[in-house]
Design a protein around this ligand. Structure first.
Ligand code: DLL
Length: 435
């Protein structure tokens, strides 16, 4: 059984990797400067030209790019090739407003598939495997991302998508699924459902799972492994840099190897932007050096983690990132959907005419996230009829679904019942203990 999908790259010595990254970076900076006016302006403003970038040692000279730049350039302002060269788009989850849209050429898809193929191979996948994909298909990158990698390895690919859990389990049994790909919370739910159906892991043929797209703990890993009788591997990525497969776990389960031939990783201080030395905890920044359609230079992911080059027992030399330990912005991932408190404020402002005192409470019951928004009524509203309060609750509930794509429990509470804080208002209470 092949241990690596691309042994040459995955076990390359660091000096050769730096050389490869440098060549690709120089080419990429030129591509971006020549084809994306927004980048050209940013670089001109900083007084940097493509000639100043001779290798990865010059990376720090380039400006950062953030989600705000993507939003300002919605939908295709950062596109670096003619649209006719693109074959697909994906978009970030969560907002129905200005989502960040990622474009792909056929070559971009091929490289993305290759990154995911490395992840599947690292999880023990070969062409003999039956890969059961229960990530959502659609604009979200999970379904089609794992799908492409599975095809590339030559596995029998089951594009089941998420939902209808009992039918999923039936399929797993009928078709002999060996590798399950979905979010960790859905994997845990499948595990519970297996038990509820009176089945045991021995009734399934699963051997591995490839889970990501949201934070999950070591305890959750052990519990999923037990409930499904598998080894569970983490996978990381974001829409802006292609999707899943930017980094993947090997059998050592001690962090995720970053596909450095395609993405240069840096860790910065989120407050100052200063690049931090290896081993420091900070915000992860990626530069995509092989993307044609939607290349991002120094993209701030907002994910907080640590990078390490310690030798990995699996033989891979690719730098490893720890599981994300939090975010440097206030984004929450609830039921797999990216949620910003500011989106909730937008709804409240619209429906109330002013922002009332409110609190977002997120918890996890069993394996399912719960999501409640408590909103304080003002004295005069509190005197309104029950019917008008119910109507308001209904309207808020519908508006939240419309803007976030997920349902929240709306609780309209008595005036002055949400505790006041002496400093910043505590708007979010996340009880899930994900890190
Ligand atoms: O979640 C891509 C993906 C799909 C990754 C399937 C893995 C598997 P977005 O919806 O753009 O893309 O969300 C990206 O999700 O910045 C992290 O905060 C979080 N995230 C992704 N993978 C992990 C992980 C996909 N393994 C955002 N652990 C990222 C913790 C993760 N957080």
């Amino acid at each position: 059984m092949a241990k690596y999908w691309n042994e040459e790259i995955e076990t390359m010595d660091y000096e050769s990797m730096k050389k490869l990254q440098s060549e690709r970076l120089v080419r990429q900076v030129r591509h971006v400067y020549d084809n994306v006016p927004y980048y050209k302006n940013l670089m001109d403003e900083r007084g940097v030209t493509p000639d100043d970038i001779k290798g990865i040692e010059d990376l720090h000279k380039l400006p950062f790019i953030s989600k705000a730049d993507l939003r300002d350039n919605y939908p295709d302002g950062l596109l670096a090739v003619p649209k006719s060269e693109c074959v697909r788009i994906h978009a970030t989850s969560g907002t129905t407003g200005k989502r960040a849209i990622a474009f792909y050429t056929a070559k971009d898809i091929d490289i993305w598939d290759d990154c995911v193929a490395r992840a599947i191979t690292a999880a023990g996948g070969t062409k003999e495997d039956v890969v059961h994909i229960a990530y959502g298909y659609g604009l979200f990158t999970g379904g089609l991302g794992l799908h492409g990698g599975s095809h590339k390895v030559g596995c029998l690919t089951l594009p089941v998508s998420s939902g209808n859990t009992e039918r999923q389990i039936q399929f797993m049994q009928d078709l002999g699924s060996t590798i399950l790909c979905c979010t960790p919370s859905y994997a845990a739910y499948i595990g519970e459902t297996v038990a509820e159906m009176g089945l045991s892991p021995d009734d399934l043929t699963l051997k591995a799972g490839i889970f990501g797209a949201e934070p999950w703990t070591e305890e959750m890993r052990r519990s999923i492994e037990k409930s499904l009788g598998i080894k569970a591997y983490d996978i990381y990525g974001l829409t802006e840099t292609s999707g899943p497969g930017v980094a993947f776990e090997c059998e050592c389960q001690t962090g995720m190897h970053i596909n450095e031939d395609n993405f240069i990783a840096e860790i910065i201080d989120p407050d100052t932007g200063e690049v931090l030395p290896e081993g420091s905890k900070g915000e992860l920044v990626f530069t995509s050096i092989t993307k044609e359609a939607f290349p991002l230079l120094r993209y701030r992911t907002r994910d907080i983690c640590i990078l390490t080059r310690e030798k990995c027992k699996c033989g891979r030399t690719l730098v490893k990132m720890t599981k994300p330990m939090g975010r440097s912005d206030d984004m929450l991932i609830i039921k797999g959907v990216n949620v910003f408190p500011s989106q909730i404020e937008t709804v409240l402002l619209r429906d109330f005419g002013a922002t009332p005192n409110y609190q977002i409470v997120v918890d996890r019951v069993g394996t399912t996230d719960t999501f409640e928004i408590k909103i304080e009524l003002s004295d005069n509203m509190f005197d309104d009829t029950i019917r008008s309060i119910e109507a308001l609750e209904k309207k808020l509930s519908a508006d939240i679904v419309q803007i976030l794509g997920i349902r929240a429990k709306i609780s309209l509470v008595e005036p002055k019942s949400i505790p006041r804080s002496e400093g910043k208002a505590v708007r979010v209470i996340d009880k899930r203990k994900l890190v």
